[in-house]
Design a protein around this ligand. Structure first.
Ligand code: ADE
Length: 223
């Protein structure tokens, strides 16, 4: 899967190229291609933003540099995600859906936003990563890349994805490793028993318990 990011801060994306994501890039399961919007500036002063019509604080990114940056990709049929606090709130189901795409274009806004006409013309999805305002779309795009990339086929073993949080609409059950006792806290006996059926039942109960305590809204969604 190829991520193409339209951004005024391409260097920010070095921050996501570590660990599992770096391995997936090295193995050519994914690629992250940044397109520097300023390379498509409207004049020799490298201008990309301008004052808002109607007045108001801050600057707005003009439509032409974004449009030209998008056209340079030559992917007219690919989904274009604009990262914005006004978008649909990102979740695991949406990450799963996006992981099926071959090419995904991510558009990062900055300053006070981008000209509405570029949204109307090229954007297919508006996504928010939560109900708070960031200084720009870059961190949000990295969140989306990280969550989507790990779901791309062969990036992670399917067994590792099977029981993680949200995979079945529940939070994950608690996990333990050695030692069997730490600061007086013991690993639950059942996990040492070797009874796979009983262990699976216990884990499901713990997942339900944890979800109902920390995220009761997820249980209501399942009803
Ligand atoms: N840009 C600024 N804030 C954002 C948010 N919460 N989600 C996505 N993009 C954003």
């Amino acid at each position: 899967m190829n991520f193409h990011v339209l951004t005024l801060f391409p260097e920010a994306f070095d921050g996501v190229k570590h660990s599992m994501i770096k391995r997936a890039m090295d193995d050519e399961k994914i690629s992250i291609n940044t397109v520097y919007i300023r390379d498509f500036a409207i004049n020799s002063r490298r201008q990309t933003d301008d004052y808002p019509y109607g007045g108001g604080a801050g600057m707005i990114i003009r439509p032409e540099p974004i449009y030209d940056a998008w056209q340079s990709l030559n992917l007219p049929k690919s989904r274009v995600v604009y990262l914005t606090p006004s978008g649909k709130v990102f979740n695991q189901a949406l990450a799963q859906e996006l992981s099926q795409e071959t090419d995904l274009i991510l558009l990062c806004g900055h300053y006070e936003g981008i000209d509405q006409r570029i949204i109307d013309e090229i954007v297919t999805d508006e996504i928010s990563i939560g109900d708070y305002v960031l200084t720009g779309g870059e961190l949000a795009a990295m969140v989306v890349i990280d969550a989507v990339a790990r779901l791309v086929q062969d990036v992670i073993k399917p067994e590792s994805l099977a029981h993680e949080s949200f995979s079945d609409g529940l939070l994950e059950y608690p996990q333990y490793t050695r030692p069997t006792e730490f600061l007086g806290r013991k690993v639950p006996e059942i996990l040492l028993s070797g009874h796979h059926g009983e262990i699976a039942k216990w884990r499901h109960e713990k997942a339900l318990e944890s979800t109902s305590r920390k995220r009761p809204d997820l249980l209501r969604e399942k009803l």
